[in-house]
Structures are given as C-alpha cells and as structure tokens.
Design a protein around this ligand. Sequence first.
Ligand code: 5GP
Length: 142
Amino acid sequence: MTAYDTNNIFAKILRGEFPCHKVYEDEHVLAFLDIMPRVPGHTLVIPKAPARNILDIKPDDYAHVARGAHKIAAAAMKAFNADGITVQQFNEPAGGQVVFHLHMHVMPRHDGVAMLPPASRKEDVKVLEENATKLIAALKAG
Ligand code: 5GP
C-alpha cells in the first residue's frame, strides 16, 4: 500500500496550515465540516495520529475515531432535527477514498431526502459557519 503522505490536506488542517470549520477536538481526534457537504451538517472525524486509512491505522486509533463519530452523530441528530445518520468511511481509491488521511463521514439524514453525490459543490462559508455553530451548541448541551 502507498505510504502515508504528510502533505495531504487533512494533515495540513491538523497542523493548522489550512483552515477548517472545527466542531470538536480532543486528544485523539478532530471533527470539522466537509467543504462539499452531501447533506447539511456533513462532518468528518479524523484521527490526530497519521493514518492513510483502515489498512494502516492502529486499532485503538480507529476506536477513537469511532467514538468521535458516535459523539457527532448524537449531536447532529439534535442540531439538524434529523431522522437518521449515515456514517461512511472509504479506503483506497477502489474503496472510494479521495483524501488519504483516514476519516469517517457523519451525515445527518431526513426522511425522503437523498444525499448529493460526492463533491457536488462547495458550500458557502456562511452556511458552514452556521452549521458548525449549531453542532457546537448541541455538543455543549450534551
Ligand atoms: P473520501 O476520501 O472519503 O472520498 O472523501 C473526502 C472528503 O473530503 C469529501 O467529502 C470532500 O468533500 C472532503 N474534502 C476535500 N477537501 C477538503 C478540504 O479541503 N476541507 C474539507 N473540510 N473537506 C474536504
């Protein structure tokens, strides 16, 4: 498998070299909004440990990402008054992966509303700011 590339976009976000709309951070993970959301509130949870995908991540680091996705899912249900949540995690190009730092997608869903295809359009910064604020408030409310 190809080695982890320290210059991938999510590594740059982790190092603070590239901006993101952060919604949650702890010792092990960072969660921020996807810039091309497939649904409003589409969030990515990434490990702070460098890992390309499920094939090279340490099991404990993967568990930290799953815990982060669990937390974001609960907050997203409230923040977006959702009916359900889709969690996805792609591995290698054949598995649909485009950015090669492991990430879980957490997407709040509404009955009868389809997701946009991946990378359909870049969201307005204002909308991303509003959605990040909603998620942060829901996380705070517990
Ligand atoms: P995957 O690798 O699982 O197919 O998806 C990569 C995801 O990263 C896509 O949903 C895409 O919209 C998102 N993405 C790509 N570049 C950036 C970026 O610079 N910032 C953020 N926040 N998301 C990004």
